[in-house]
Design a protein around this ligand. Structure first.
Ligand SMILES: Nc1nc2c(c(=O)[nH]1)N[C@H]1C(S)=C(S)[C@@H](COP(=O)(O)O)O[C@H]1N2
Ligand SMILES: [Mo]
Length: 418
């Protein structure tokens, strides 16, 4: 299958992106040499709420398409008004609908894959494939309402990327129509700048709080359907369902998940708890990262003996309720304080006044969301599947998706005498 082939041009693309991003990102190891993957170069990215474009990770499989924005159109297909199987130009998308901005924490579903033991292959992300930006664009609901789409019950929206496939697979991803109508947008700006080409110029889907893969870049078609994309369900050549039904699903080693037309539970964690046998990566699992101290240089406590620990915590489209910090390997935990902007789908900042002794310590952060889900300690052995979560472990899975264990993300900090 084409998706297993290395891609020659990725090295050039990565070099060009790193140059444009001026040191804010660095290349991530890709065992299979397929993806364009750069991640935040420094832990300090996670000491701030807004991620500058320069520090925002990039992840995609095919070459960035060469696009003439004036000629670009987004086709509306499927279960929409028959006489308006329309193609929307960029000018129409910008001018004929309300303009909104949403804050969204983008996290690649493969973030943390590099923490799986044994290794899983593919892109070996540590924690650097996450960032929060403001995305400006048009509500999907405004566009679809005009097409006569009203009730989302049981329906799906499939977004198709215009990136030229390396083989014959189409980059198509389906999300429940209820989510699409709730808060998704077609975005054409990122942090107030025109969308950079590597982030989806001229237009991409933003699915607030859901894993990166759902946020289709270079969107050329939106299709309202009764089921998720399955093989042969799009009226175009090529393989349609690879990115929805084969890749980006959680399963033990050697398992080929069944392609499903629909599921009732989109919450990734609920699927993982058993609601869906081999979960799809939709909303993001609860996660946190310490951004400061960053471990790159020693810290000196202030005159009152404290060091401010600062970071970010997120839980997809659920709210973060609690953040805890440990400096003794998880033996004891102290509550940190959540502060700063509070948008559905974007992370919160946290802080904690740490009173360390002189010496070297490893700081851990652990978040809990409003539904009481807490980051597990570590990633399990490959054999554990349903047994992992009750043991405070994240289940090792063959594709290395959706990991949110806290131990692998700890930071070693040297504290000097003040
Ligand atoms: N068309 C298209 N959209 C895509 C991809 C892709 O390969 N093709 N990669 C997805 C994945 S896996 C991720 S993690 C996000 C990353 O978005 P970013 O590069 O803007 O950070 O884009 C998603 N959208
Ligand atoms: Mo991703």
């Amino acid at each position: 299958m084409a998706t297993e082939q290395p891609r020659e041009s990725r090295h050039e693309e990565i070099a060009a992106i790193c140059e444009r991003k001026a040191g804010g990102v660095s290349e991530t190891r890709d065992e299979a040499d397929k993806y364009t993957v750069v991640g935040a170069a420094r832990r300090g990215t996670y000491a701030n709420w807004l991620t500058p474009i320069e520090e925002h990770f990039v992840c995609h499989r095919n070459d960035i398409p060469d696009i003439d924005a004036d000629a670009w159109a987004v086709s509306l297909r499927g279960d929409v008004d028959a006489d308006s199987n329309t193609d929307l130009t960029m000018a129409e998308i910008r001018d004929d609908y309300p303009t909104v901005a949403v804050a969204h924490t983008m996290e690649c579903a493969g973030n943390g894959r590099g923490q799986h033991r044994p290794e899983t292959g593919s892109v070996q992300w540590g924690y650097e494939a996450a960032g929060t930006a403001f995305w400006t664009g048009t509500p999907v609901s405004s566009i679809l309402r005009e097409q006569g789409v009203k009730s989302p019950a049981g329906k799906w929206l499939t977004a198709i990327g215009g990136d030229p496939s390396d083989g014959d697979d189409v980059f198509a991803r389906s999300i429940p129509l209820s989510k699409a109508l709730d808060d998704c947008i077609l975005a054409y700006e990122m942090n107030g700048e025109p969308l950079p080409e590597e982030h989806g110029f001229p237009v991409r889907l933003i699915v607030p709080g859901w894993y990166g893969v759902n946020n289709v870049k270079w969107v050329e078609e939106l299709r309202v359907t009764d089921s998720m994309v399955t093989e042969g369900s799009l009226d175009r050549p090529g393989e349609h369902a690879y990115w929805q039904q084969v890749s980006y699903r959680l399963h033990p080693e050697g398992v080929e998940p069944d392609a499903l037309e629909t599921i009732d539970t989109f919450d990734t964690w609920e699927q993982l708890e058993g609601a869906v046998e081999h979960p799809y990566t939709f909303d993001v699992n609860v996660m946190s990262l310490v951004g400061a101290p960053d471990g790159e240089s020693p810290v000196t406590p202030k005159s009152d003996g404290t060091v401010e620990v600062r970071g970010v915590a997120w839980a997809g489209d659920d709210a973060v309720e609690k953040i805890e910090i440990s400096a003794d390997g998880g033996e004891s935990w102290a509550n940190g304080e959540l502060f700063g902007p509070e948008y559905t789908g974007a992370w919160r900042l946290f802080r904690y006044d740490w009173e360390p002794d002189v010496g070297t310590h490893r700081l851990l952060s652990r978040a809990t969301d409003e539904l009481g889900r807490r980051q597990p300690a570590s990633i399990s052995e490959p054999e554990a599947w349903r047994e992992a979560l009750p043991n405070d472990e994240f289940p090792w899975n063959e594709g290395g998706f959706a990991a949110n264990a806290y131990e692998p993300n700890g930071v070693e900090v040297e504290v000097e005498k003040n």
